[in-house]
Design a protein around this ligand. Structure first.
Ligand SMILES: [Zn+2]
Length: 239
């Protein structure tokens, strides 16, 4: 990559860090999970300026919206608790250029619906989405949803399904079959559930958006996360 540090100069304050994701030009390695990141992959820098993959950066629940449709982008960002610009270094112009942004799936859907309603063209909707789910993904997602419901009997089934769909889609493309087995590991599933609770049931995203470091934000919401986890571990109807 072309040293994203350049865009973060002395102006970066300790407390308020710019939330931005880089589309990299050179290979890198996630400082937390050691995943190899290739040209075109995304990474962000943590508060110590170490490269992190999106999963470790807690941003992998977001979906990518390429730039180009300004109305859609404006609406999606408005509806998303967390929206993060994606930039890439242009060697020709020697500066970072915005490629698009990462927003919440539900925010993008809502924005699309509004745009479609405006345009009055139903067929547009399908074209807007570049998210492709193949059959293997769906099978893996179904097994994962079952496993999540087993570990967390009081987790709402639609939430288990959405956690599984998201996690399966993430694991399948790059890591292949071995990832499927690992994806059903209780620890891995619990991590996926924790990430989902953080984003969906706490102020975590708002804290990140407000410039908090992941570490501080995680600490701030830890109690809330534990509470939901504990509730979901109980048999349904026990509380
Ligand atoms: Zn990582």
């Amino acid at each position: 990559m072309d040293r994203p540090e350049r865009s973060h100069g002395a102006e970066t304050s300790e407390a308020l860090r710019e939330l931005v994701v880089f589309s990299i030009l050179r290979e890198s390695t996630c400082a937390e999970c050691s995943e190899q990141l290739r040209r075109g992959d995304w990474l962000m820098l943590d508060e110590k300026r170490r490269p992190l993959c999106l999963a470790c950066a807690d941003l992998d629940h977001l979906v990518y919206l390429p730039r180009g449709d300004t109305a859609l982008t404006r609406r999606a960002r408005k509806h998303s608790k967390l929206s993060v610009p994606v930039v890439r270094f242009s060697r020709a112009r020697r500066r970072y250029e915005r490629q698009g942004c990462l927003v919440e799936d539900a925010a993008l859907s809502r924005a699309e619906e509004e745009c479609v309603a405006d345009a009055g063209v139903r067929a547009e909707r399908r074209k807007l989405r570049a998210v492709v789910t193949d059959r293997a993904d769906r099978e893996l997602a179904a097994s994962m949803a079952d496993a999540i419901c087993h570990l967390f009997p009081s987790c709402p089934p639609e939430q288990a399904t959405s956690i599984a769909a998201h996690t399966a889609a993430r694991g399948s493309g790059r890591v292949g079959r071995s990832a499927a087995g690992r994806a059903l590991d209780p620890d891995a599933l619990t991590l996926a559930v924790i990430a989902s609770i953080r984003h969906g049931h706490t102020s975590y995203d708002a804290l990140l958006m407000g410039g908090w470091s992941r570490e501080d934000a995680r600490r701030a919401v830890r109690g809330e996360v534990e509470e939901v986890l504990e509730r979901w571990r109980q048999p349904p109807g026990s509380s």
